[in-house]
Design a protein around this ligand. Structure first.
Ligand code: SAH
Length: 564
């Protein structure tokens, strides 16, 4: 979409169920768009509780907003943010039934383009009020992707001049204006100048200057000591020395061995261009200049940054939470939305659905953790954005440790893995989810143990159980039983019974946060392994863990915060 940065997913905001149909139709136009709904009135992708706060939050973060409600409500909600002149994302009001589309704010970030797109989908006419846009059929101040307007204020003056009757000619290549209804004249005083050059001579002062993003800046050795600091400034200087505008820069390119360089990442952010890694651009494609350790390759037209080299690879290990979408943290959802490759145990990958078209899923058996971790690094070191999923929290008996182990093991062998950007996003672990359903059994000191002896000897498990039982810790058992490990849980419970009373509270949470969830409160003397399977979390209380009935249906279990 012209003027909109990729990655800023459209927020479609609804206040009631009556707007959902229209919201979903609009959602189908914009990849990654999400429907935000007032929690008390409507089921949606993202719930909010207070309209004004939520809208202001979206606006200040630069999120394009389509609000399905009266324009007045939107204006009043956003009004307090309008005084500070920051970036202005597109904001539109759309009638709940889809009968009216009103662009409100964001003329320079493509609001009218969006209004047209949405109106076309809803088969109505958009309520466009921008005079230049109406007269010329296009917003001259919002050139398409690959081009940047040099100066907004100058641009506004230029449009006023045209509206006042001046004519214009086009210098350079502006294919998107071929069909615009501009008042063109071969010898017009004013020109629309499409060029990477910065300087305007005095007689060009009234022209509209648009820069094609056609310059690739190649920086070698940014990761070397001593060159830190002002890489962005060096690029700016190099551009200036060659008469090129900063806005004509399309991409910062560096050799793959520098992929982990912070200096490069900072410079790309400061210059507001993508950072890519690859070979030095060959000079045959256009002119080439060098200065300040920067090579500038100027192409004949806009350069598509996504076709230059490749990005720094990224590997994010996320936890999906116990199962339901509302217990997945937003950072994990975000990582999933951005991912190109998703790796994990089949069942978990299915929990991460629905996936976007084009996302590759690599499901595998649950026991192949180290292979999966290595596979993830191989993909990420090729420049892909890879997400590895675990259920619950990825650091609790799950993939995060396997991923770090794979990296640690291969430090010498796989130098390319070191350049991969690595992040671990926490999730709600099964013990925490189960505890919350039951009350607060983990309210005081507790420990978590996996009863699986696949990767550790049973003797170690027994020793730990004895110590934990002796210490009167609340215990949360992960992997309590499986078909291959039928006796372990009974043995573990017997050990605990040596130290704790038969009346000790036990909570069994099965499929917590998933369809068919059950949470049962029982006691140490009554619990038996046939009540438990591999989808169950077992929480054994301490001597102080207690419970009470609030209504006859369920018991609230908690461990007090004090100890005696
Ligand atoms: N990383 C996961 C744990 C993986 S070990 C987490 O943090 O939750 C797998 C064990 O976790 C299962 O055998 C079961 O004991 C427990 N478990 C995972 N999800 C569960 C759920 N939704 N309900 C109950 N127990 C669950």
């Amino acid at each position: 979409m012209a003027g909109m940065k990729p990655g800023q997913a459209v927020a479609i905001v609804v206040l009631g169920a009556g707007a959902i149909d229209t919201a979903r139709r609009i959602q189908s136009i914009y990849p990654g768009a999400q429907v935000h709904g007032l929690a008390s009135r409507v089921q949606s992708d993202i719930a909010f509780s207070e309209f004004g706060t939520h809208l202001r939050d979206l606006y200040t973060r630069g999120t394009p907003v389509v609000a399905l409600c009266a324009a007045g409500i939107v204006i009043r909600a956003i009004a307090p943010c309008l005084a500070d002149k920051g970036a202005e994302p597109p904001v539109l009001a759309v009638a709940e039934d889809g009968s009216a589309v009103v662009p409100l704010l964001g003329g320079l970030s493509g609001v009218n383009v969006m209004a047209r797109e949405i109106a076309a989908r809803l088969r109505v006419d958009p309520a466009i009020t921008t005079s230049g846009e109406l007269r010329f059929g296009t917003c001259l101040l919002n050139p398409p992707a690959g081009y940047a307007l040099a100066d907004v204020e100058q641009g506004k003056r230029f449009v006023s001049d045209l509206l006042a009757g001046e004519t214009t000619r086009i210098e350079g290549d502006a294919p998107w204006l071929d069909h615009a209804g501009l008042p063109r004249a071969e010898h017009a005083r004013l020109a629309i100048r499409v060029s990477p050059r910065a300087a305007l001579s005095d007689e060009q002062r009234d022209d509209l200057l648009i820069h094609p993003r056609c310059v690739v800046a190649w920086v070698d050795g940014a990761a070397d000591a001593g060159t830190h600091g002002d890489l962005a400034e060096r690029v700016r200087l190099a551009l200036r020395e060659h008469g090129l505008a900063a806005l004509s820069l399309a991409v910062l390119l560096a050799p793959p061995r520098d992929a982990a360089s912070q200096a490069l990442a900072d410079a790309a952010r400061a210059l507001d261009v993508p950072l890519r890694f690859g070979e030095r651009p060959d000079s045959e494609a256009g002119e080439e200049h060098g200065a300040h350790g920067v090579v500038l390759a100027v192409a004949h037209g806009p350069v598509d940054a996504s076709a230059v080299g490749r990005p720094r690879g990224k590997l994010t290990v996320i936890g999906l939470g116990p199962g339901s979408a509302e217990l997945m943290v937003p950072a994990a959802k975000e990582a999933l939305a951005q991912a190109e490759d998703i790796l994990g145990y089949e069942t978990y990958v299915r929990m991460a659905e629905p996936l976007r078209a084009g996302q590759r899923v690599h499901g595998s058996d649950n026991r192949e953790e180290m292979q999966r971790a290595r596979h993830a690094f191989r993909l990420a070191s090729e420049g892909r954005n890879v997400v590895v999923v675990s259920s619950g929290d990825p650091g609790v008996f799950a993939m995060a440790a396997a991923v770090l182990e794979a990296l640690d093991e291969a430090r010498e062998r796989e130098p390319a893995w070191a350049a991969v950007e690595l992040a671990i996003v926490p999730g709600v672990s099964a013990a925490l989810a189960t505890a919350a359903r039951a009350g607060a059994p983990l309210g005081h000191d507790f420990c978590v143990l996996s009863l699986s002896d696949n990767l550790k000897p049973w003797t170690v498990i027994e020793t730990r159980l004895r110590h934990a039982a002796q210490a009167d810790l609340v215990m949360a058992f992960y992997n309590p039983v499986s078909r291959a490990r039928p006796w372990q849980l009974d043995r573990a419970l017997d050990i605990v019974r040596e130290y704790r009373a038969g009346t000790t509270r036990v909570v069994l949470g099965r499929d917590v946060g998933r369809p068919g969830e059950t949470v049962v409160s029982t006691t140490l003397e009554r619990v038996a392994s046939q009540d438990v399977d591999m989808r169950t979390m077992v929480i054994v209380g301490s001597s102080l863990t207690r419970g009470f009935l609030r209504d006859s249906a369920r018991e609230w279990v908690y461990t007090p915060r004090w100890y005696e």
